[in-house]
Design a protein around this ligand. Sequence first.
Ligand code: SDX
Length: 428
Amino acid sequence: MSDSAELIIEGKSYKLPVVVGTENERAIDISSLRAQTSYITLDSGYKNTGATKSAITFLDGEEGILRYRGYPIEQLAEKSSFIEVAYLLIYGKLPTTNELADFDKQIKEQLSIPEGVQKILSGFPTTAHPMGVLSALISSLTAFYPESLNPNQPKDEVNNNIVRLIGQITTIAAAIHNHSSGSVSSAPNSNIDYCANFMSMMFGGNNSEYEVSPVVVDALNKLLILHADHEQNCSTSTVRLVGSSNASLYTSISGGVNALWGPLHGGANQEVIEMLEAIKADGGNSKKWIEKAKDKNDPFRLMGFGHRVYKNFDPRAKIIKAACDNILSNLGIKDQALDIAKELEEAALTDPYFVDRKLYPNVDFYSGIIYKALGIPNEMFTVMFAIGRLPGWIAQWKELHEQKEPIGRPRQIYTGENERDYVAIDAR
Ligand code: SDX
């Protein structure tokens, strides 16, 4: 295999180094291209462009493979916990018993949010979408922890910012939910599991005896693990780009929340459940909606289907789909939305439109059905995605700085007007 690529431009030959990753992925390093040739590359949506080298997550879109630090997500979803996976992603290894206990303890010491954050939240209308409030409140943490603005913080202070955010995001999310639903948030309880505490803060109200079923805790751990990282997706690339300017962890993560909110990205999980509910309300005719999704003149898309990288089944969707049946039956819930989702999947997977374009269910297709079964409102689904993705965003932000990467600043090809003189308004 050659260690360089040859480019011939206007008869002149240029050599560009080839980079090979640990899973034999290959890239042409074009960092010297413009200096050598005055040319840049153009790749709308970065479909063919690697932004960085990373040791955090490996995925193979053709084979439907996803691993965090080399561990297959199927094993992590089955055997690990969300907090253990967060440690793995952020620090690069599975923790020992003591390391995990210490990490868990540090997070639990940081569950309470500043009174001022509650005051800012109270100023939002109860109808505000939770994702807009979440990004605002995460960004507001820089006001309460101004030391987090220092790009040269010592390692232990950076670590403090990390565990604080992992702890506080659940309390902030529960407070947002209770603000919009007009109910009371239970105080954080550091004596129970991270996921159990989140559900207790969400739904426990003033009931100090509120119990969270182990089925719910297990389902939530699994869902958060499956969302924890996904290499250079839109929101993670946003976190890295914002972080590359030496912006603080909190403002970088807030940028990631905003990118995730988009319906083409993490916002799809809310769109999927609303789509399934619309199909149910329309008599459950999934064939009609499949035709709408194929119609180029119809803006409707089959939400939860298709993926920039997976041209095979999204391995997370497979696990979530299997968990759906199990969780709904354990909770004694019958949800027609699941039946409709399965019908859509079966219809799409035999329809040439979807088969030819390699459109398969993605992580968002079934996750909303489980969130709904756990009692989480539709508008909070993407907040759940953000809670799950937070360790991945943090790990990627941390890696960016460890690798001392330069500020991100893409080039462009200008297609506007050539030089022209200013014209006085009365002569226009
Ligand atoms: C996430 O990148 C990540 O890793 C993201 C994520 C993560 O963990 O971070 O995995 C999370 O964002 C999952 C994706 C959630 N989004 C949705 O479910 C929204 C619905 N999906 C589509 O909008 C779309 O599939 C994207 C945005 C996911 C991918 O878009 P691409 O890669 O830019 O592909 P495309 O839009 O160019 O589509 C190619 C073709 C087009 O048809 P043609 O022009 O070739 O005729 O497929 C069609 C599209 O119209 N198509 C769909 C479709 N998705 C693509 N047609 C109908 N329904 C769909 N869902």
